[in-house]
Write a new protein. Structure first.
Length: 135
């Protein structure tokens, strides 16, 4: 998610957690799109000194929903969930993400909107892995 590339705007002591929402839209084939409403909980695990800068280390917990964009009248109705965990290291002195990684899963239910469509309801399941490294 975009939250893995963004420095969290939270003031936390080691061991404390804070949750931030993230929403975005994903275009899909056939002129449709899905909206993702996510929440990422950041738990500050430690602050270390690395190469003369302070680095905050977070554990991440991601949860969210996927739904068709409001007013989307595509041939299929879609909705689902996303969950995941990860880590993030943030340079407190430069205000940048030094590294992040996450592993997640998604489940999306797809159903035809019209009875005459010869497509049975289906469920898509998948995994998402994201890794980034900065300087």
């Amino acid at each position: 998610t975009g939250s893995l590339a963004t420095v969290p705007n939270l003031t936390l002591a080691v061991g404390e957690s804070g949750t931030l929402p993230t929403s975005f839209s994903v275009p899909l084939p056939m002129g449709t799109s899905m909206t993702s409403d996510m929440s990422t909980t950041y738990t500050l695990q430690s602050v270390t000194s690395e190469n003369a800068e302070r680095v905050a280390h977070y554990a991440l917990q991601l949860t969210g929903t996927l739904s068709q964009a409001a007013g989307d009248a595509g041939p299929m109705a879609m909705h689902g969930t996303v969950t995941g965990t990860g880590t993030m290291a943030v340079s407190l002195d430069r205000g940048v993400v030094r590294s992040s990684q996450s592993d997640g899963t998604f489940v999306i239910d797809v159903e035809p909107r019209q009875a005459q469509l010869p497509i049975p309801p289906m469920q898509m399941r998948g995994t998402i892995k994201s890794t980034s490294e900065g300087r």
